[in-house]
Design a protein around this ligand. Structure first.
Ligand code: PMP
Length: 359
């Protein structure tokens, strides 16, 4: 079957070129006579793969030397508790901004280990905007300040990283890592599940400033201590080897395209096309505050559930799949991660126009 335009929120579309390389290497990686899946993680071949993956990610994101890059398991969801266990270690307090279901889950998990201060929330309007942050609401004694840079379900993103002084920012970048340029020095810790912009599910990337490592709470399980993984180059135990390998291919692909600033321009163009149409359409409309619109996840509605269902069904028949909005929001959501070609968005907008004209 021909490939479709896959608008899934995650796991999601991967660059076709990457899939072809993985296919080529499936039975024998280079001269090894075996698949990467079959390789010992301690072998020299695999060591090169994981070291290269780390180096490429450092290049792509300009990660300074005083930050460690870790490849972990357990998904971004495990980071919700790992962050608290490792970082809530001085005053046992942390600040959280609630901009969606994932931020809320991160916050409630951290609440098991210390005192949480909710700085702001946009729950009053179904998380359709990023709340203004009032500095007088920041806890000066917080051990860290947690944000979710892109809210996958609702389609919002921070366009500015808050200034928290000496309190380190912890960011969940699961749905927009590598989609736009960030100054890493503004963050104490960044985490992201791979399955949207980096590779297959199974690996979670953690980028952590070195001074934040090594002070985990006494009860922290060894596997949940960043120090364990930092001291062992993410090889304390068997890492998710194949997922890391595909991430490496994606990183190579992104560098070939010109790196993160180049992909950001493309992302702005793609999102711009869709938002422009949503703004001029009489049938479809976006659901979030314009100033906070995500470049990655674009929710929209017609206002008529039956029409939404008809649209999703016809879109699928035309090769545009996984457009159903999250169950908490309804309507549609087009996730247009790095790997979605411009062509895919262009054709999709054409399809929307035709649908609007007919209905
Ligand atoms: N944070 C965000 C922003 C997400 O979008 C997701 C997954 N969709 C998660 C966390 C949870 O990730 P995982 O399934 O890897 O635990």
């Amino acid at each position: 079957m021909e490939r479709v335009y896959n608008f899934s929120a995650g796991p999601s579309i991967l660059p076709e070129e990457v899939l072809k390389i993985a296919q080529r290497d499936m039975l024998s990686y280079g001269n090894t006579g075996m698949s990467v899946m079959e390789m010992s993680h301690r072998s020299k071949y695999y060591e090169e793969i994981i070291n290269t993956a780390e180096k490429l990610l450092r290049d792509l994101m300009s990660i300074p030397d005083n930050y460690k890059v870790l490849f972990l398991q357990g998904g971004a969801s495990s980071q919700f508790s790992m962050v608290a266990l490792n970082l809530m270690n001085k005053n046992n307090r942390a600040d959280y901004v609630i901009t969606g279901a994932w931020a809320s889950k991160a916050c409630s998990e951290a609440g098991r280990y210390g005192k949480i201060n909710i700085v702001a929330s946009s729950e009053d309007k179904t998380f359709s905007y990023i709340p203004e942050l009032d500095k007088s609401k920041f806890d000066p004694k917080a051990d860290y300040f947690h944000i979710t840079t892109n809210n996958t379900i609702y389609g919002t993103r921070y366009t500015e990283i808050p200034d928290t002084g000496s309190v380190p920012i912890v960011a969940d970048m699961s749905s927009n890592i590598l989609s736009e340029d960030y100054d890493i020095t503004k963050f104490g810790l960044i985490y992201a599940g791979a399955q949207k912009n980096m590779g297959p599910a199974g690996v979670t990337v953690v980028i952590i400033r070195e001074d934040l490592i090594g002070n985990a709470m006494g009860l922290t399980p060894k596997m949940l201590n960043y120090k364990t993984h930092a001291d062992n180059g993410s090889m304390f135990n068997t890492p998710p080897t194949y997922s890391i390998y595909v991430c490496k291919l994606v990183f190579e692909h992104l560098l070939k395209l010109g790196g993160v600033s180049a992909i950001q321009k493309i992302n702005e163009e793609k999102a711009g096309m869709l938002y422009n149409y949503l703004d001029e359409s009489d049938m479809f409309k976006g659901t979030v505050a314009k100033k906070d619109r995500s470049l990655m996840n674009i929710p929209f509605i017609t206002g008529d559930k039956e029409l939404d269902a008809k649209f999703i069904k016809e879109a699928e028949a035309n090769g545009f799949v996984n457009l159903k909005g999250h169950r908490s929001v309804g309507g549609m959501r087009a996730s247009i991660y790095n790997a979605m070609p411009i062509e895919g968005v262009k054709k999709f907008v054409e399809f929307m126009k035709t649908f609007e004209a007919k209905n």
